[in-house]
Design a protein around this ligand. Structure first.
Ligand code: SF4
Length: 201
C-alpha cells in the first residue's frame, strides 16, 4: 500500500478511519526514505477523511465491507437496496414496536444522519425515544432517501455500461498517465539511492 501511494506521488489519500494507521505508516516510510537519502523525491501523503470516516454495515457491528457481506451494494436496484435496508440491525434493546428506542446506539439512525434531512433526523431522534415511530417506518424513510441519493449514480452507471469502448478508453488513458508518473518516480528513486543504472526497468 505504501508503495502504491508513493509510486504515484499522491499528496492526499481518501481513506476511512480504519485505514489511518496504514497511511501513517506510509508517511513514516516516505519521511524515512527522504531523510536517509537526503532527497524530497517522495511525497508525504495527507489523510483525506470525509465527514463520515466510518460507516458500519447492515449488521451494525463491523465496518461496511463486501467481504463481510454486510454491505449495501451501490450497483443494486432501488428494490434490492430497500430490501437490504430492511435487514439492518437496530437498537437491540427495542424488542417490540411499543418499546421506546435509543437512536444513539442504532446504526439506522447513524445512516439517517448522512442521508436524511435535518428535519427528518430531528423527528426520528424524538419519535424513536417515545415509540412514536417504528423501526420499519424508520427504515422505509432511510431507504427512500438513500435511493434518491443513489439515483444519479445508477443512471450514470447504466449510461456507461452501454458504452464499454468509452470506459476502456478512459481506463487506458489513466493507465498511461499513471505509468508515466511511476516510471519517473522509479528513476528518481534510483538516482537518489545512487544506483548506477538509471533505467526505470
Ligand atoms: S426507530 Fe429508527 S432510530 Fe429508532 S431504533 Fe428503530 S431504526 Fe433505530
Amino acid at each position: 500500500m505504501a508503495a502504491d501511494i508513493a509510486l504515484y506521488k499522491a499528496n492526499a489519500v481518501p481513506v476511512g478511519v480504519d485505514q489511518a494507521p496504514h497511511l501513517e505508516f506510509t508517511r513514516e516510510v516516505v519521511r524515512s526514505f527522504n531523510h536517509r537519502f537526503k532527497t524530497d523525491v517522495l511525497i508525504e501523503p495527507q489523510m483525506k477523511a470525509t465527514q463520515t470516516p466510518k460507516v458500519l454495515g447492515v449488521d451494525g457491528k463491523h465496518k461496511m465491507s463486501k467481504s463481510l457481506d454486510n454491505h449495501i451494494e451501490l450497483a443494486a436496484t432501488a428494490e434490492e437496496t430497500s430490501k437490504r435496508v430492511m435487514q439492518m440491525v437496530t437498537d437491540p434493546q427495542r424488542k417490540t414496536r411499543k418499546d421506546p428506542g435509543n437512536p444513539d446506539v442504532c446504526n439506522v439512525f447513524s445512516m439517517h444522519k448522512i442521508f436524511s434531512s435535518s428535519a427528518e433526523v430531528q423527528m426520528i431522534n424524538t419519535e424513536c425515544r417515545q415509540a412514536g415511530i417504528g423501526c420499519v417506518d424508520c427504515k422505509k424513510i432511510f431507504a427512500r432517501n438513500l435511493n434518491q441519493h443513489l439515483e444519479p449514480f445508477r443512471a450514470r452507471r447504466d449510461e456507461l455500461a452501454k458504452d464499454p469502448t468509452f470506459v476502456g478508453d478512459v481506463l487506458e488513458d489513466g493507465r498511461k498517465r499513471a505509468s508515466t508518473i511511476a516510471r519517473e518516480t522509479i528513476l528518481q528513486v534510483k538516482q537518489a539511492i545512487g544506483l548506477p543504472e538509471f533505467s526505470s526497468r
